[in-house]
Design a protein around this ligand. Structure first.
Ligand SMILES: Cc1ncc(COP(=O)(O)O)c(C=O)c1O
Length: 374
């Protein structure tokens, strides 16, 4: 049975159908007018080029191709993250080294320093909950090794005033329906390194120079490189353009909901021995999620069951990759205690643009019932 208050609902702004109607009358494949509008808006938000693609997963695969990562290369990424981070580089034949994180779910730069070898070809932080690790320390640890940011959850978040997704050579943002700004499935490849843009356009267009041909920059449209079909349909882009244009309104509501959870639930969770996921100083978050980390897995299980019995979905998050079926085949067995802890003890509360004050009130009061009894 569907919970009465789900964990997530994509933002509904009211004028989606009008956008889709306009899109249906024009070009519906990738590179259409709505796609261009989205890319302009992303450039405005990020201050650097971003290509619209089919998913953050594909943006990460493009990062691996752009950096020419291959067999014999090593890539360092957190264990507490989404599978696409590892797959993108495994698909190129690289070796994955899993790093531990801190209690905010972000990679620990000291781990990166420890795992770095002359074969390291990329370091990939994942900005958990729209927060980040100490990016200065990460840059120091990585040295000349390129940083690829998994900013899937981090649109409109920043660190010391600079948007997340613009610290590394390239980054991936997700517009999956679980993200703040969404269009069902979609993503963006952010390219702070402008030298990568031309090749990225070719990779996105099946390895052809079609974009340059359409812009009149070359007189022939041909196969020039590796590539795949990574362009987002203009139907998805139409929906996305609306969300991007309304991003300030979406963010403001999400941040308001998050602040209320902080104000009303921090003390009860902490009283129950749980910690709250928060950003480090310098982080300006995007209200992506409210998460708490219990002391023990059994407490989390009981909390989820209590909330579910009252019709409220409060899911856990990533299974630490090094403990997964696939991860165990490639990890040498070193324990990663904080990743394991978050994997087993973290829980998230409903947080989405259209969550009403009354619904949030109910989530808070049902959570308090449980926490009071701890
Ligand atoms: C941290 C992280 N990276 C990557 C992805 C993949 O995003 P997409 O579904 O757009 O491929 C997700 C999706 O949930 C994610 O949470």
């Amino acid at each position: 049975m569907e919970p009465e208050i789900p964990f997530n609902k994509p933002a509904r702004l009211g004028t989606e159908l009008e956008r889709l109607r306009i899109a249906l009358e024009g070009q519906t494949s990738g590179g259409g007018p709505f796609g261009k509008r989205c890319e302009e808006k992303l450039r405005e938000l990020l201050g650097c080029p971003a290509l619209l693609v089919t998913s953050a997963t594909h943006a990460l695969e493009m990062c691996a191709l752009l950096l020419e990562v291959g067999p014999g290369d090593e890539v360092i990424l957190p264990s507490f993250t989404f599978v696409s981070c590892a797959n993108a580089f495994l698909l190129r034949g690289a070796k994955i080294l899993f790093a531990d994180c801190d209690l905010s779910g972000n990679i620990d730069p000291a781990e990166v320093a420890r795992l770095l070898t002359p074969r390291t070809r990329a370091v990939m932080p994942m900005h958990y909950a729209g927060y980040c690790c100490d990016l200065k320390a990460l840059r120091d640890a990585a040295g000349k090794v390129p940083i690829v940011e998994d900013a899937a959850q981090a649109i409109c978040a920043s660190f010391e005033g600079q948007p997340l997704g613009t610290f590394g050579s390239c980054a991936a943002i997700s517009f999956h329906e679980t993200k703040n700004i969404s269009c069902g499935e979609g993503g963006a490849l952010v390219l702070r390194d402008a030298a990568l843009v031309e090749r990225a356009e070719i990779l996105r267009d099946k390895g052809t120079n079609r974009r340059r041909f359409l812009e009149g920059l070359v007189d022939k449209y041909t196969w020039v490189d590796l590539g795949s079909s990574y362009a987002l349909s203009d139907l998805n882009a139409a929906w996305l353009s609306l969300q991007l244009e309304e991003s300030a309104r979406i963010q403001a509501r999400r941040l308001q909901l998050l602040e209320r959870y902080f104000a009303e639930l921090s003390e009860p969770f902490e009283h129950a021995g749980a910690s709250i996921v928060r950003g480090r100083p310098g982080c300006s978050g995007n209200g992506h999620l409210f998460a708490a980390v219990f002391r023990a897995p059994e407490e989390r299980t009981r909390f989820i069951a209590h909330m579910r019995a009252q019709g409220i979905a409060t899911p856990f998050h990533y299974v630490a990759l090094h403990t997964s079926t696939m991860g165990r085949k490639i990890h040498r067995g070193r324990p990663l205690p904080l990743s394991e802890r978050l994997s087993l003890c973290l829980v998230r509360l409903p947080l989405y643009f259209n969550l009403t004050d009354a619904e949030q009130e109910r989530v808070i009061s049902v959570a308090r019932q449980f926490l009071r009894a701890c």
